[in-house]
Design a binder for this molecule. Structure first.
Ligand SMILES: Cc1cc2nc3c(=O)[nH]c(=O)nc-3n(C[C@H](O)[C@H](O)[C@H](O)COP(=O)(O)O)c2cc1C
Length: 440
């Protein structure tokens, strides 16, 4: 079978551009209106996307006065979208640092049943410092400790999803037998962080386990992804960097004894699409003109775990010494490495750096006509940089509409993207094996 692209829609505010929420073409709906998420998911389903994805942070943003960054709790949203869509995969973010594995395994198993096997879990360890304060910690849990806890969490969650055999339920009214006790087992997990007896209190979902998604790009994050992830989101600002990441991660996957094609690498892409390149550039400029550098400055500080950048002038070229060594950062480490890399290579002013990050926070941005966007996607896909794209429209819903109407048909014509849904479950859309529960 020829290799096909996978496309995920990453839903964020009224678009991924920091100023999208203020743009006259952005959706008029409140960010707390489920209709907004429903309309986007349905549009992505019309475009035959593999999945939609909802990110999550476990703290209110301190820039709420000037940035529209509120959202509904993702697992709850998936429950609603599971009922209002039929084919598209639904991926929600949940934290291994600030949830209990038994609760989360139940929620995802329930959603898998509700959606007919269409859910995925974006596993995060929660890098935001304010999140720690909402869960009884004064200081943030260290990077290493967060990943160690995540490892233990995953063992429990997988054990629970596998604690019922697929044929554990008989539900025979005549004989009076509901379950087969020999097909349901405890997990008796006694790890460094969690002690969980099991089994789960509900039968195995259609996919066995939800599709596991991960987005950590540090060395530890990549090893974690190589062991567990089936789709990987990543922020890459250049194709050569994306190729390096792709080759490195696939090698780690093989080293873990897994098949390369069981892990899809989906770099973020935030395209401003116009009927011509000039029109796209004009729209990109409109969005940039609406940006507030002080919102960007606060966001940069949060990326580095709260470092104060207020003394840096906006219009003087930056140097790497203006930033802490990313190795010492306990927050989103790989993103800070990427930012310091841009500063080292391009020596931008703070204003220029913030404008670069305003588009999509360090993901690849592009302003062009539909053909240019399709060319880029094809080039990355065929030249060892991606297995598809994590689409991050800068402005919602209209940049999603343009992508579905103009770019998807080009990708289909080139034989790169499906022309109809072939499978029922998210695993089937992504071409992923269904995990065996390990009963004899
Ligand atoms: C596309 C994408 C989406 C992400 N979504 C979330 C999220 O919703 N919540 C979160 O806490 N972190 C999120 N992250 C951050 C990652 O989970 C991870 O913490 C970050 O990339 C740093 O990982 P590292 O410390 O291994 O470098 C996301 C990252 C990417 C690339």
């Amino acid at each position: 079978m020829t290799r096909k692209l996978h496309i995920n829609l990453f839903i964020n505010s009224r678009g991924h551009h920091e100023a999208s929420w203020r743009h006259p073409d952005a959706s008029p709906l409140p960010l707390t209106d489920i209709q907004y998420y429903h309309d986007l998911a349905q549009r992505a389903e019309e475009g035959l996307f593999d999945s939609i994805f909802l990110a999550d942070q476990l703290a209110a943003r301190d820039d709420v006065e000037r940035a529209a960054r509120t959202w509904l709790e993702p697992i709850t949203v998936l429950g609603a979208l599971a009922m209002s869509t039929t084919r598209i995969g639904l991926i929600a973010t949940a934290s291994t640092t600030y949830t209990e594995p038994y609760n989360l395994a139940r929620q995802f198993a329930s959603l898998d049943h509700i959606s007919g096997g269409r859910v995925g879990w974006n596993i995060v360890t929660s890098w935001s410092v304010p999140a720690a304060r909402n869960y009884g910690d004064d200081a943030q849990v260290s990077h290493a400790d967060r990943y160690a806890r995540a490892e233990d969490f995953l063992q429990v969650a997988k054990g629970l999803w596998d604690s019922w055999a697929d044929d554990a339920v008989v539900d025979d009214r005549g004989s009076g037998q509901y379950g087969r006790i020999d097909r349901i087992r405890p997990i008796d997990h006694d790890g460094a962080y969690y002690k969980v007896a099991g089994p789960l209190n509900l039968p195995r979902g259609p996919q066995g386990r939800p599709v596991l998604v991960q987005a950590g790009s540090s060395d530890t994050g990549r090893n974690f992804a190589a062991r567990h992830a089936e789709a990987v989101f990543t922020a890459q600002m250049e194709k050569t960097m994306a190729q390096k990441f792709y080759t490195d991660l696939k090698a780690r996957v093989v080293k873990e004894g897994r098949a390369e094609n069981q892990v899809h690498i989906l770099p973020g892409l935030s395209p401003v699409i116009g009927s011509t390149e000039a029109e796209a550039q004009r729209l990109a400029q409109e969005l940039n003109d609406l940006s507030d550098p002080e919102v960007g400055r606060a966001r940069l500080s949060s990326r580095f775990g709260g470092v104060d950048f207020s003394h840096l002038p906006l219009d003087k070229p930056l140097s790497p010494e203006d930033f802490p060594d990313p190795e010492t950062v306990q927050a989103a480490r790989s993103r800070t490495e990427m930012i310091v890399g841009v500063v080292r290579r391009e020596k931008p002013t703070l204003r220029q750096l913030l404008s670069k990050l305003a588009g999509a926070r360090g993901h690849f941005t592009l302003a062009g006509a539909p053909e240019q966007v399709a060319d880029l996607i094809e080039d990355w896909f065929t030249d060892g940089a991606s297995d598809g794209v994590n689409l991050m429209p800068p402005l919602l819903p209209n940049m999603l509409d343009v992508f579905v109407d103009e770019v998807v048909p080009l990708l289909q014509k080139r034989g790169l993207f499906r022309t109809e849904y072939e499978g029922e479950t998210l695993r089937e859309q992504y071409g992923l094996d269904r995990p065996d529960a390990g009963f004899a």
